[in-house]
Design a protein. Structure first.
Length: 89
């Protein structure tokens, strides 16, 4: 694997019922980080969202992944929400 991301188009009622694109599991091989692959991957994700009429891209990241948080912020993403999880059996 070189780089990967999971992108899901979500439809809902908020933001004028415009779809949003949820991006998760963004990964770049550790030996290739810093070469711009992650930024190019996210640019593709953002264009993919625009092409489908999405009004925003939202990225999720585990609280402990501070390097990922810096990466998203460098790309212009702003931390905006607090998320909650309920694990089911």
């Amino acid at each position: 694997m070189v780089a990967t991301a999971q992108a899901t188009l979500l439809h809902g009622l908020s933001r004028g019922a415009r779809p949003r694109l949820q991006v998760e599991a963004v990964r770049v091989d550790s030996t290739l980080r810093g070469a711009g692959l992650g930024a190019r991957l996210m640019a593709w994700v953002e264009q993919h969202a625009r092409d489908r009429g999405a009004g925003l891209v939202q990225a999720t990241s585990d609280r402990s992944r501070t390097g990922a948080h810096r990466f998203y912020e460098r790309l212009g993403y702003a931390p905006s929400h607090l998320g909650f999880k309920l694990l089911l059996d």
